[in-house]
Unconditional design. Structure first.
Ligand SMILES: Nc1nc2c(ncn2[C@@H]2O[C@H](COP(=O)(O)OP(=O)(O)O)[C@@H](O)[C@H]2O)c(=O)[nH]1
Ligand SMILES: [Mg+2]
Length: 378
């Protein structure tokens, strides 16, 4: 077995173990059950359902269906109501975090959903131009709704999805941009956005357009109550949909490196390894001293990229072999300790390296990944 395969089993088993324990505070919590229930009740009342997912984790197709179906099973009777009207315009799949995804795979996934006759939209919630295009797209879909006439209706779009896919970030961006073009005078609202899953506790409405008034409902992320397969669980954990403490940052960082080392992403940093990175002004040197351990600073990110490039490109051995891959990852942890400027005597350095590495991966500084290939590629 490859190291990636072993880690998938290890991480998957850890999560499935917790998932089996229905009383767990980490998986299908009473809060999540209550949120599912509240979302279910709202479904018949909303005009359009926006199903948000993180483009970097598209799940294997049978699991995608299972995830979305499992999410929908308690909602299925409510969905019947939506189906009576034009179903295609009442359910829109939002592929968020496109900036983090592999561009070729993103195109394949968009094509796949279009072939399935689903309305689909890929977006980066942090990009204003993207949001403007999405707003126009949503307004056009709203105009197609049978009930929209000349009166002063209120239209609601509900954002649903698993935790951490960026629902709240998207709702905020739509609200911020939408209220400007709608010349709204009301107070600017903020849904809580967090790198940790499970921060949104309630359903809240943010206005994104006027005439007709359109509100987007941000909802807490929910998982299906049933257990999914090991690879789906591992990918959910790697992308941050499940709390890190459930699996442990070190296993997750090793899992990331087992994917990274077999990808071509490090090759993009070949020039970094040749450039004289230490050649900098006094001001830059002062900043470097001030932010020595802040791994989000560009100079540290560059150093991490350069370090990883050198570690992978100078390594000889068959990385499909579990032991050989483990050896490379161990070596990478050691050199990353320097790149992150952690003191050599730091006893907890493995966990610290892992946490910093995961953060850089999840914010797109370590390349573009789509963890599951589009079905057309399989
Ligand atoms: N790179 C990137 N990060 C995003 C995007 N949308 C959201 N995020 C980040 O993903 C994390 C989770 O976002 P949040 O809106 O709280 O997710 P929610 O649990 O689905 O509501 C936060 O750290 C956001 O800043 C995006 O389009 N691109
Ligand atoms: Mg949220």
């Amino acid at each position: 077995m490859t190291l990636k395969g072993s880690l998938v089993q290890k991480i998957g088993n850890a999560i499935m173990e917790v998932a089996r324990n229905k009383g767990s505070t980490w998986w299908y919590t009473p809060h999540m059950a209550a949120a599912s229930h509240a979302i279910t009740e709202r479904i018949p009342l909303v005009d359009i359902l926006l199903e948000a997912s993180n483009t970097t984790i598209m799940y294997k197709i049978e699991n995608l269906a299972k995830l979305s179906m499992a999410f929908m099973i308690p909602l299925s009777s409510a969905c019947e109501l939506i189906k009576h009207h034009s179903p295609s315009s009442r359910r829109i799949i939002i592929l968020n975090k496109t900036d983090l995804a592999n561009h070729i795979q993103l195109k394949e996934w968009l094509k796949y959903f279009e072939e399935q006759k689903c309305l689909v939209f890929g977006v980066n919630s942090h990009n204003k131009d993207n949001i403007k295009v999405l707003l126009n797209f949503l307004r056009a879909r709203v105009r197609e709704l049978p009930k929209v006439g000349h009166g002063d209706q209120t239209i609601t779009l509900m954002l649903v999805g698993i935790p951490n896919v960026g629902k709240s970030a998207l709702a905020n961006s739509l609200h911020q941009i939408g209220r400007i073009s709608a010349a709204e005078k009301g107070r600017l609202k903020h849904a809580i956005v967090s790198p940790h899953p499970g921060e949104t506790k309630n359903i809240s409405g943010l206005k994104i357009a006027s005439h007709p008034s359109i509100y987007v409902l941000d909802t807490p992320g929910v998982f299906p109550a049933e257990i999914l397969d090991a690879e789906v669980c591992s990918n959910l954990a790697l992308t941050g949909a499940i709390r890190d403490c459930l699996v442990g940052e070190v296993d997750l960082a090793e899992y990331f490196l087992s994917i990274f080392n077999l990808s071509d992403e490090y090759k993009k940093w070949a020039n970094l390894s040749l450039s004289g990175a230490d050649d900098c002004s006094e001001l830059e040197r002062r900043q470097k001293r001030q932010y020595l351990t802040d791994h989000t600073q560009d100079f540290i990110v560059n150093k991490v990229q350069r370090t990883l490039f050198e570690a992978v490109s100078s390594f000889n051995g068959n990385l499909r072999d579990e032991e050989i891959m483990s050896r490379l990852i161990k070596a990478e942890f050691a050199v990353l300790r320097d790149a992150f400027n952690l003191p050599p005597d730091s006893d907890d350095y493995v966990r610290k390296v892992a946490a910093k590495l995961l953060n850089l991966y999840r914010t797109g500084r370590l390349g573009h990944y789509t963890l599951d290939l589009a079905p057309n590629n399989n």
